[in-house]
Design a protein around this ligand. Structure first.
Ligand code: MSP
Length: 509
C-alpha cells in the first residue's frame, strides 16, 4: 500500500478577496494534511487559484485592469492569508501558469483522440457567476427570484467543442455504486446519483466569444471552458503529463475537499473527463456545508462578509481554526456568530484546555520546582486516566479517518474534562498540605502525561497552541516529528523534564 497521501482544496476565483468560506475549506484540508503527516504518511497538499473565465475577465475590465493584473493582485491576498492561517500547503497552483496550459491541452488532446470531443454549436443559457451552463428550466426558476438574488444569465450562441458526457451516464452510475466512498457525505452522494439518473447532456467545453482562457492548441479560436481548465489543476500539480514518477506517487488524490455548491462539477464532469482520458479517479470527494453569518446568508450586498484576516487578528489564528471545525460537523451547514466564537473561547479553550495546562504545570512548579517526577503506586483512579487517554486516541483516529473533525475534537475535550475532574477528585493541594509527596508526584505526572497526549491530538487543529504546550512541558524534540509514535502508549513522557507554566494559552473574553 502506498504511504503517500494527496489532498486538495478547490482553487479559488480571483474576482474577489478571500472570505470565511475559502478559509474554511483550506483550514479543513490543512488539518487533514497535518494529521496524515503526523501518521507518518508522505503528504502532498495542494491549493491555488482559478484565474480564467468570463467572470474574471469582466471584473477586471470593470476595474479598468487586465485580467492578469487583477489575478496578480488577488493571488497575493490568498497566498498571504494561508501564511497567516498557518496553512502547510506543499504547492500553490495558478491556472495561468505554463505547466497548467500544457496539462490542459494534453488532456484535451487525449480525450479528443479517444473520440469523446466533437465540434458543434452551443445555444442556451450561461450563468456567469457560477460559470455554468444551465437548462431552460433552471433559467425559468432563476428568473422567478427577486432581483438581487438573480444570477447574471446570458443567452449564448457560439461554435463550441463538446464533451460526450451523455455517454458516461451508466459508467458514472456504476462507479458510484461500486465505490461508496467516492462521494461523501452520504446525503450528497444520493443527490448526485439522482441528478445523473435524470440524464446527462453533452457538455460544451470551449468558448469563442471571449478570450480570457487557455487557447486550444489545435484551434486557437477557442478557449477552454473554465471548469475543464480548473478541474485539471489537480493533475497538473502532481506532474501530468510529463512527470510520471510524481503522478504515480500521488495520483489518484485521496481527497478533494469542496463546498457543496461545486460538488457536481467534481463528481460528474471531472470523473467523466478522467475516465475518458484513461486516468484513475480521486478516491473521495468530500463536500462540506455552508456558513451563514449571524443567521443570514453571507453576501456583499448585506455587507456581512467575514474577512478571515480580521477574525484571526481579533481572536487568534488557532481559535479561528478550532472554532470552524468544532462548531459544525464537517458536511453540514452552520452559523458563524461572534457570540458563539466567544462562547468557545471562554468554555472549551480557556476553561477547558487552558485551565488544565495552567493548573497542572502551575502545581508542578509550586510543589516540585517545575520538575516532573515519576508516577508510583498506581491506584485505580490513575488507571482510569490512562485508559481514558488511550481510548481517546483510538476514537480520535477513527473520527479523523472518517473526516469527522468535530467528533475528533469532542473526544479530545472529553478527555480534557476527565483529567480536570481527576485533579478535582484527587485534590493535589490537600496531598501537598499533608506532605504526601509520592502520591502528589504520581498525580502530577499523570496530568502532564495526559497533556502530552492532548497536545499531539490537538496539533493538526491548532499547531501553534500545540507547539506551545509541548514546549511548556519541557520537550526538546519537535512535536510534529514525534508524530504517531507519541500516541503509541501511556507513560511516554520523560521523567525529570522541567516544565514552565508561563502565560495563559487563552484569555477569557
Ligand atoms: N473556482 C471554483 C472552484 C474550482 S475547483 C476546481 C470556485 N471558486 S470559489 O472561490 O467561488 O469558491 C471556492 C469555495 O468556497 C467553494 O468550495 C465554496 O463552497 C466555498 N464557499 C463559498 N462561500 C461559502 C460559505 N458561505 N461557506 C462555506 N464555504 C463557502 O468555486
Amino acid at each position: 500500500m502506498s504511504k503517500s497521501f494527496y489532498i486538495t482544496t478547490p482553487i479559488y476565483y480571483v474576482n474577489d478577496v478571500p472570505h470565511i468560506g475559502h478559509a474554511y475549506t483550506t483550514i479543513a484540508a490543512d488539518v487533514m494534511a497535518r494529521y496524515k503527516k503526523l501518521c507518518g504518511q508522505k503528504v502532498f497538499f495542494l491549493t491555488g487559484t482559478d484565474e480564467h473565465g468570463q467572470k474574471i475577465e469582466r471584473t477586471a475590465s470593470e476595474a479598468g485592469k487586465k485580467p492578469i493584473e487583477l489575478a496578480d493582485e488577488v493571488v497575493v491576498r490568498f497566498a498571504d492569508l494561508w501564511k497567516v492561517l498557518n496553512i502547510s500547503n506543499d504547492d500553490f497552483i495558478r491556472t495561468t501558469e505554463k505547466r497548467h496550459n500544457i496539462a490542459v491541452n494534453e488532456i484535451f488532446r487525449v480525450i479528443q483522440d479517444n473520440g469523446d470531443i466533437y465540434l458543434g454549436e452551443y445555444e442556451g443559457w450561461y450563468d456567469v457567476r457560477d460559470e455554468a451552463y444551465i437548462t431552460d428550466t433552471q433559467y425559468e426558476e432563476f428568473m422567478e427570484l427577486p432581483e438581487p438574488k438573480r444570477p447574471i444569465i446570458e443567452r449564448v450562441k457560439e461554435k463550441s467543442y463538446f464533451f460526450k458526457l451523455s455517454e458516461y451516464q451508466d459508467k458514472l452510475l456504476d462507479y458510484y455504486k461500486n465505490n461508496p466512498d467516492f462521494i461523501k457525505p452520504a446525503n450528497r452522494r444520493n443527490e448526485v446519483i439522482s441528478f445523473v439518473e435524470g440524464g446527462l447532456r453533452d457538455l460544451s467545453i470551449s468558448r469563442t466569444t471571449f478570450s480570457w482562457g487557455i487557447p486550444i492548441d489545435c484551434d486557437k479560436e477557442h478557449v477552454i471552458y473554465v471548469w475543464f481548465d480548473a478541474l485539471t489543476n489537480y493533475i497538473t500539480a502532481v506532474g501530468y503529463p510529463n512527470n510520471t514518477e510524481m503522478l504515480n506517487e500521488y495520483w489518484p488524490a485521496d481527497y478533494h475537499f469542496v463546498g457543496k455548491d461545486i460538488l457536481r462539477f467534481h463528481t460528474v464532469y471531472w470523473p467523466a473527463f478522467l475516465m475518458s482520458a484513461g486516468l484513475a479517479l480521486p478516491k473521495t470527494v468530500f463536500a462540506h456545508g455552508w456558513w451563514t453569518i449571524e443567521g443570514e446568508k453571507m453576501s456583499k450586498s448585506l455587507g456581512n462578509v467575514i474577512d478571515p484576516y480580521k477574525i484571526a487578528e481579533e481572536f487568534g489564528v488557532d481559535v479561528f481554526r478550532y472554532f470552524l471545525l468544532r462548531e459544525i460537523p464537517f458536511g453540514q451547514d452552520g452559523d458563524f456568530s461572534r457570540d458563539s466564537v466567544v462562547g468557545r473561547i471562554n468554555g472549551d479553550l480557556a476553561n477547558g484546555l487552558g485551565n488544565l495546562v495552567s493548573r497542572s504545570l502551575g502545581m508542578v512548579e509550586k510543589y516540585f520546582d517545575g520538575v516532573v517526577l515519576s508516577a508510583n503506586e498506581i491506584e485505580s483512579i490513575d488507571k482510569s486516566v490512562a485508559n481514558k487517554a488511550l481510548q481517546t486516541v483510538d476514537e480520535y483516529k477513527n473520527h479523523m479517518d472518517e473526516v469527522a473533525f468535530s467528533k475528533a475534537l469532542f473526544s479530545i475535550w472529553e478527555l480534557i474534562a476527565f483529567v480536570n475532574k481527576y485533579i478535582d477528585d484527587s485534590a493535589p493541594w490537600t496531598l501537598a498540605k499533608g506532605g504526601q509527596t509520592q502520591r502528589l508526584s504520581t498525580i502530577l505526572y499523570n496530568c502532564c502525561e495526559s497533556i502530552r497526549i492532548i497536545s499531539i491530538l490537538v496539533y493538526p487543529f491548532m499547531p501553534a497552541t500545540a507547539t506551545d504546550i509541548w514546549e511548556k512541558l519541557g520537550n526538546d524534540s519537535a512535536i510534529e516529528k514525534v508524530g504517531e509514535e507519541g500516541l503509541k502508549g501511556w507513560g511516554l513522557l520523560k521523567q525529570g523534564l522541567k516544565v514552565v507554566k508561563g502565560s495563559n494559552l487563552f484569555n477569557r473574553i
